[in-house]
Design a protein around this ligand. Sequence first.
Ligand code: G6P
Ligand code: ZN
Length: 567
Amino acid sequence: MSLSVTVVPTKPFKDQKPGTSGLRKKVPEFQQQHYTENFIQAVLDGGLSDRKNGAVLVVGGDGRFLCMEAANVIIKLAAANGVSRLIVGQNAFFSTPAVSALIRKGFEGRQIDGGIILTASHNPGGPRGDFGIKFNCDNGGPAPDGVTNRIYEITTKISEYRIVNDLQCDFTQIGRYEFNVEGRNFVVDVVDPVEDYVKLMQQIFDFDKIRQLLSGKLTGSRFKVLLDSMHGATGPYVSTILCDHLGAASEDMLRTVPKPDFGNGHPDPNLTYAKALVDRSKQGDHDFGAAFDGDGDRNMILGRNGFFVTPSDSLAVIADNIEAIPYFRNRRVSGFARSMPTAGAVDLVAKAKGMEIFETPTGWKYFGNLMDAGRMCLCGEESFGTGSDHIREKDGVWAMLAWLQILAERQTSVQNLVQMHWKKYGRNVFTRYDYENVDGSGANLLMNFMEAQMPAFIGRELSANNVKYTVASADNFQYKDPIDGSVATKQGLRFLFTDGSRFVFRLSGTGSAGATIRLYVDSYIPPGDSGRLFMDSQDLLKPLILVALDLSKMEQFTGRKAPTVIT
Ligand code: G6P
Ligand code: ZN
């Protein structure tokens, strides 16, 4: 039977501009008539352009509410738009890193032109939660600004979309499904979302050695691992890798069943939202802890007794021990990179190793070009993202395995490894204050007020709690991509002080309600300063935080006396 294409007239929605990481909105917005269809049509046209006809795409998401419905829409629109093949994870499920890996690997010898990922990452889900749609390019990475702008342009002018209404594809069962659409062949391959990713991890890491660490064969005592998948996408990957392959205890793998509403939780692996893991870790029964976000690309690393590893330090420790990971042996280890608000710990490692270091705007997409050009192989962000050039997304499970591999090699505790790192390089103390869901106009006023004041602050002395800081420079961060020369402006207000400390103000690009102001504060403690090297980060940074809050008139502009999340 041949299925026919219907052309449906539609009108633009004004709010379909993709943010830091795709289009993210509350679920009911995506449920408006034509809303999802419009955006998918724009993604197919703007994301694929002249490659749309005959294209091969990967489709899947983190299992949140609306994933199945959106996958259905994508299948019907892809069929109508001349796409030749979709590779869909069973139940429309894939972690974000697994999609990136599959795009890069190809499918049955075919090149893949991109992917559509259904996720709002670390934002809560459920009928009143968030949903999101993100387009990734043929390198496996999030679409760069040029592509998302093109998609957005189309959403502002769209007048019709193409759909095959009668096409029904049961993507709950693995298998190949073929359809005839007006004489063309359209194929949907429903695949196991876990298998290929696990194989990739086996190539990157020495699973035998990690298994020996966990069982106690390496050191004489068992190494207990406690992981929290927060009912997000990593559950099935974690169960397979940790329990089936590495012999970890299944009762130590928490919340591994993906749920549409993440069990009513907020699947963001930080000290606030992954508090359950932190509390369990503090009981002292486990040597290592890690949590992951909704779509599996973020990670938080803990040592025994809840010892918290800041993402900035995590990146630096992995960089310093990079040879422990088989993937990086016997190849040229190119440079490292971090996003601007991430503390500069990795810079010191790069310097010691004589390697290039890049400082990019917030957003994983800015790492892609550097990796594709072979200039950088390891990178991270303070927002709990760590990854390498094995794919073009950050990768929570990869980061956790990288730590286990390094710990197997070094045979020491997490805390000792980090503190030895500080003794060698000094410590880049870091904290982030988040003011979530504040009034949008107040947030903009604060940013405009600060930016206008900046020139006047240069050279001025500011103080709090009897500590003085002199402003060395202040600017709105701008980045010129060294590979394609593209320029990203207005990426965050930076105040740099003469002692190397700094703070940064930035508006979040991933929220879906109101605005979120982020304040990033960091300061450097030299290795010789043994009095302060191991002190609590909040105590160390208190004066600088007070200066930042005072300078920005945070309370006046937002009405907030305290942040919602402190990292
Ligand atoms: C997503 C991106 C990250 C980025 C983060 C920033 O997770 O994938 O690369 O660091 O958003 O979020 P924000 O809310 O600070 O814009
Ligand atoms: Zn994520």
